[in-house]
Design a protein around this ligand. Structure first.
Ligand SMILES: C[S@@+](CC[C@H](N)C(=O)[O-])C[C@H]1O[C@@H](n2cnc3c(N)ncnc32)[C@H](O)[C@@H]1O
Length: 232
């Protein structure tokens, strides 16, 4: 999987398809953060969220993990251009989340905007478990993602959009997921509780704030078994 090929046109494609709604979803919960000190952003992409986060929290230290070197380069250039005095607050890790070594309980903010939707459910379980081990007690997890409205025309329309988008990203970036999975059961099992949710684009885009209410440590096997219990 690599977003390198579409990294330069990612923002243009996003604007054509969704206008300002995805960026609206990325920043929707920023006002609810209470002075985070150390953040982990996974799959940050081109740095638009990172800039907004650092504008509001200039003293925050940020670790950014993204498998696409091109995306990270664009994010780095954006920060150098827009917030040159904050570049020393960020560590970029151009690597796959699977090979990133997670320091335990270090981050009081975790961000995975439009990242978890790239993975099938069995990978979601591993990734959520890994990231939750890196979360401090009371950590906040910000998550903007696509979702499927409960019914009616909005559900039908979201289904068409998602089918088209999954084909596009499978073809251009080789994403593993073939359809949208729901990370919520994995987050709950990892000890996080949903605190707030904002919906965009007729309910097909969500922005959520989850808080770690402290069931640690978490093993992937616990999350997998909880997910299958939930499905039964
Ligand atoms: C759909 S883009 C989302 C980018 C951005 N966060 C946004 O809000 O639009 C997914 C991002 O996750 C990164 N990514 C995908 N798979 C990854 C993996 N296994 N490890 C680390 N980063 C990954 C991609 O390089 C890309 O930047």
């Amino acid at each position: 999987m690599s977003f390198d090929a579409i990294a330069p046109s990612y923002r243009t494609l996003e604007t054509i398809a969704f206008g300002r709604d995805l960026q609206g979803a990325r920043v929707a919960c920023l006002g609810e953060l209470v002075s985070p000190r150390r953040a982990l952003i996974v799959g940050e992409g081109n740095g638009r969220f990172l800039c907004e986060l650092l504008r509001r929290h200039p003293d925050l230290a940020v670790d950014c993990v993204d498998a696409s070197q091109r995306m990270q380069e664009i994010a780095r250039q954006r920060i150098e251009h827009e917030l040159p005095d904050r570049t020393n607050r960020i560590n970029f890790f151009p690597q796959d989340i699977a090979s990133w070594s997670s320091p335990e309980h270090q981050f009081d903010l975790i961000v995975t905007h439009f990242f978890l939707d790239c993975f099938p459910e069995h990978r979601l379980a591993e990734i959520v478990a890994k990231l939750s081990r890196a979360a401090a007690v009371n950590a906040t997890w910000l998550l903007a993602d696509f979702c499927i409205p409960p019914g009616g025309f909005a559900r039908w329309r979201a289904g068409l959009w998602l089918a088209a988008m999954y084909r596009f990203f499978q073809f251009t970036a080789g994403i593993e997921a073939k359809e949208l999975g729901d990370p919520s059961p994995f987050l709950r099992t990892a000890g996080f509780a949903l605190v707030s949710q904002h919906l965009f684009r007729h309910g097909m885009v969500k922005s959520e704030l989850w808080r770690n209410i402290g069931i640690l440590p978490v093993r992937p096997a616990d999350i997998l078994s909880a997910a299958s219990d939930a499905a039964e």
